[in-house]
Design a protein around this ligand. Structure first.
Ligand code: PAF
Length: 286
């Protein structure tokens, strides 16, 4: 496992891999790695000759007043966690390396429509920043495959749409959400929760499961189901931002749909938590 922090070094290695005909997979992250990230690395390693994990806390995707300054930067710990998996490269550039002219930059990747709703409504500029940096990382690493976690379902769809619209020569893969024992989706931002909040945070998953079960049982009063979940979230101390039953493409659900995703974001203490559930989630069969 080689730590690379500069673009010329990355490009030189990528050129050698290309000359050898090797297939490359990229796992973009902002570091502070947890079991969810590690499972993405393991997943892509099975289909690629070379794996690159990028660690870059991207200033462009934080809205003003968000947690860019206090976002955990834990490179030494991250390297120790990756060591047993032995990806070929950890690419951990500085902000100056990625944005040598400073930021914001003049050129941005905007995914209209899809990126403006849900998280896009609450995090000004977030998806523009995320889509832009992922495009930069894809251009630098030039992977055949890139993988993203399904916890960030809207983000995953934004990247898929971007790759399709721009004919990017990359396959976008996804990996399942990894959860704490109480159901809380693993996230670097969970460290902002107190012990008490961490216990209450399980209610978000519980409400997603309850709504998913109701949908599987044939309930179609979407507004009532959403409202009931928001009431339970408020009772548990959350400030819900959205809790929506949608088509898998994130269009409003109708009774004509046979498949759904329930998408949620809620603030608990100092943490903004997002999660979602699909109707094929094994928890719904129980
Ligand atoms: O999901 C994340 O951690 C980030 O949005 C990503 C994809 C690494 C881009 O900075």
């Amino acid at each position: 496992m080689k730590l690379i922090q500069t673009i010329p070094e990355l490009k030189a290695l990528r050129a050698r891999w290309r000359a050898a005909g090797e297939r490359v997979a990229l796992v973009p992250t902002m570091g502070n790695l947890h079991a969810g990230h590690l499972s993405l690395v393991e997943q892509v390693q099975t289909g690629a000759d070379r794996t690159v994990v990028s660690i870059f806390v991207n200033p462009l995707q934080f809205a003003p007043g968000e947690d860019f300054d206090r976002y955990p930067r834990t490179l030494a710990d991250d390297l120790a966690k990756l060591d047993p998996l032995a990806p070929d490269v950890v690419f951990a550039p500085s902000v100056d390396e990625i944005y040598p002219q400073g930021y914001p930059i003049a050129t941005n990747v905007v995914v209209n429509g899809l990126a403006e709703r849900f998280c896009g409504e609450f995090r000004a500029g977030h998806f523009v920043g995320a889509a832009t940096v992922v495009t930069i990382l894809l251009n630098l690493v030039q992977p055949e495959q890139a993988i993203f976690g399904e916890k960030d379902y809207q983000q995953l769809l934004v990247f898929r749409r971007m790759a399709r619209d721009l004919h990017l020569p990359v396959e976008i893969l996804s990996g399942p959400t990894v959860r704490e024992a109480n159901g809380l989706a693993m996230s670097s931002r969970n460290r902002y929760l107190s012990d008490e909040e961490r216990a209450s945070a399980a209610v978000l998953r519980q409400q997603l499961v309850a709504t998913g079960r109701a949908l599987r049982a044939g309930h179609r009063d979407f507004a009532a189901l959403e409202q009931a979940a928001r009431v339970q979230l408020r009772a548990a101390g959350f400030a819900p931002q959205y809790f929506n039953i949608l088509s898998p493409e994130l269009e409003p659900a109708t009774s004509q749909h046979s498949d759904f995703v329930v998408l949620a974001a809620a603030v608990l203490g100092a943490a903004r938590l997002i999660d979602n559930i699909r109707l094929d989630d094994p928890a719904l069969a129980a």
